[in-house]
Design a protein around this ligand. Structure first.
Ligand SMILES: *Cc1c(COP(=O)(O)O)cnc(C)c1O
Length: 368
């Protein structure tokens, strides 16, 4: 689909909120923000139309959108999103992690959902301008951060089935506390044998709301079976491990080598996943990307070949998997506690993100 290329850099002028949250209330929120519950005073927004391309970009007061009830996104789910964080370093500066990778992935997701691309410069400017405006909302201490949610929705009021001619791009921001407040705790995983997440030719490798909508019933099944998360198998043979509803998976072997399911087109290409491939290599682990069957997982844990399993994604960073549960029984990894390799990789990544270690790959991008 055509995207009018923005030759001139897009700026996001700030229209400041007349009624920002008081410093007192903000401090109260930042002392225990949880995840995704509170939002900052502003949001970035821009409109795209087929005729005019991207325009009307600005940072405006946070608030409800006026959508026509016939807006295409409400009916046909033409939507894509991103998830990233702004991290406060000890010296007070604020940084993002590989934001150009989020920009590139949003563009890939947009192509798959027949949405226009947001140019990288415009994406980075929207994120930077919002974080500069709401800098006071970036928490400090522990593993807290300002979670950023760029997204794009089809707003055209039209019930005919085709890609929308009017679209909005927004970035909202939400302070997030440490994911694990009482120390890293392994999660339990339910193996979904009735539902799959993505099929060949589908939208599995695009970050779109529809994938999440389709995963919720399996997630509920996981909860009903006493598990935290759900793991999906490939839709073709129901044999190969794909990923969780919103996190990628890694397996650690007794010889220190680590493996993650290869990208087959149905797995979301996590930026955390890609970064761990690099960091683990730097740390001397042999790393590989290949298909991993559920039998290999089960057999490997039973034989002691697989010593640790962990999940990874921006929100929870690196999360040890303690148990795999299915209709066929339960499998406990190691002692059920966080393993040494998982803990090491988690620490290494956090140290780069929070500016406590060198950044040999140039992943950090200063925002404030
Ligand atoms: C966002 C997402 C991930 C993790 O990606 P990161 O870039 O590491 O945050 C993994 N799986 C799915 C389905 C996702 O939507």
């Amino acid at each position: 689909m055509s995207t009018s290329a923005t030759e001139t850099p897009m700026s996001f002028p700030v229209h400041a909120s007349a009624v920002p949250v008081s410093a007192e209330r903000r401090a109260e929120i930042l002392s225990d923000p949880g995840f995704g519950r509170y939002f900052t005073d502003h949001m970035a927004i821009a409109t795209w139309t087929r005729d005019a391309g991207w325009h009307d970009a600005a940072v405006v007061p946070y608030g409800p959108l006026q959508l026509d009830p016939a807006a295409a996104v409400l009916h046909y789910a033409q939507e894509v999103f991103e998830g990233m964080k702004a991290y406060r370093h000890a010296d007070g500066s604020v940084w993002s992690f590989r934001p150009e990778a989020n920009a590139a992935r949003l563009a890939r997701s947009a192509r798959r959902l027949a949405l226009p691309e947001v140019p990288e410069q415009m994406f980075l400017e929207a994120v930077s301008q919002l974080v500069r405006t709401d800098e006071a909302w970036v928490p400090s201490g522990g593993e807290s951060s300002l979670y950023l949610r760029p997204f794009m929705v089809a707003t055209e009021a039209f019930l005919g089935v085709r890609s929308a001619h009017e679209v909005k791009f927004l970035v909202i921001a939400s302070p997030a506390g440490s994911y694990f407040s009482g120390g890293v705790k392994p999660v339990s995983i339910w193996l979904s044998q009735d539902y799959t997440r993505a099929a060949f030719g589908g939208t599995g490798s695009a970050k779109c709301g529809g994938n999440y909508a389709a995963s919720l019933v399996a997630q509920e099944e996981a909860h009903a079976n006493g598990c935290d998360q759900v793991c999906f198998l490939d839709a073709g043979e129901r044999k190969y491990v794909e990923e969780l509803g919103g996190m990628n998976l890694y397996f650690v072997h007794d010889d220190g080598s680590i493996v993650t399911p290869e990208l087959t087109g149905t797995i979301l290409e996590g930026i955390t996943r890609a970064s761990i491939l690099e960091l683990a290599k730097d740390a001397g682990h042999e790393v590989s990307e290949r298909r991993v069957s559920i039998e290999e997982w089960r057999g490997g844990v039973e034989s002691g070949r697989i010593t640790e399993v962990f999940a990874c994604g921006t929100a929870a960073v690196v999360t040890p998997v303690g148990r795999l549960v299915s209709r066929d029984g339960e499998l406990v990894h190691g002692t059920g506690g966080p393993g040494e390799v998982t803990t090491g990789i988690r620490q290494r990544l956090l140290d780069v993100q929070y500016g406590r270690a060198e950044d040999p790959h140039g992943w950090m991008h200063r925002l404030v």
